[in-house]
Design a protein around this ligand. Sequence first.
Ligand code: ADP
Ligand code: MG
Length: 228
Amino acid sequence: MPIIIENLTHTYMPGSVTQFTALYDINLTVEDGEFFGIIGHTGSGKSTFTQHLNALLQPTTGRVLVGGQDINADKISRRNVKWQVGLVFQYPEHQLFENTVLADVCFGPMNQGLSREQAEEEAKKALAHVGVKEENFTKSPFELSGGQKKRVAIAGVLAMNPKILILDEPTAGLDPQGRDDILDQIAALHKMRGITIILDSHSMEDIAKYVERLIVMKHGAQVFDNTP
Ligand code: ADP
Ligand code: MG
């Protein structure tokens, strides 16, 4: 399912003295199955943008369409899009909360109505896809290294089988080896599952060799859209 972004502008705290426009008139279509990158300095609007793709933030003006539907049309659309578009936050700590890795990754699919057994099956598949070993399933997600935490957070979203996976700075805080490992795994995931993947980074060298297409963001505006 394609994502169409039309004239998207986002102003934080409109009408207040601290009003700040973080996105200016973004127009973009991401095709079904694309591996898409967003590059930009810190503060350029990447996180603000990604949070619009599953209705975590609402546009000040403009629209976001997923599979032809305006995701902010009403409450139900806003809720439904969360099942189709999975968003992995920059800081995995914001996403992890259960006592064990397996319970954490089961949370999403159980919320979708799967039984404990079915949820575990989806969770184990997702954990295998991102390279989390079985010996870690019973550990607390908080005892794991930064790279492993990131993987568990990705698995937690993946276990819900989203059609579109968004990763906000998946390589932040990782050493070069950890960064390459996780990007290789994301690329493999794109190949195996054929889902749309959108990821952002403040580092060009990070993602240029992985993505099929990228945009550059600068001060909330999109300044480039092409192949790497
Ligand atoms: P990036 O992810 O590229 O670092 P962000 O989308 O986080 O950029 O931030 C873009 C701009 O919006 C920054 O100037 C930031 O300070 C501002 N901003 C982000 N979140 C908020 C918020 N909740 N309230 C006010 N301003 C914000
Ligand atoms: Mg950010």
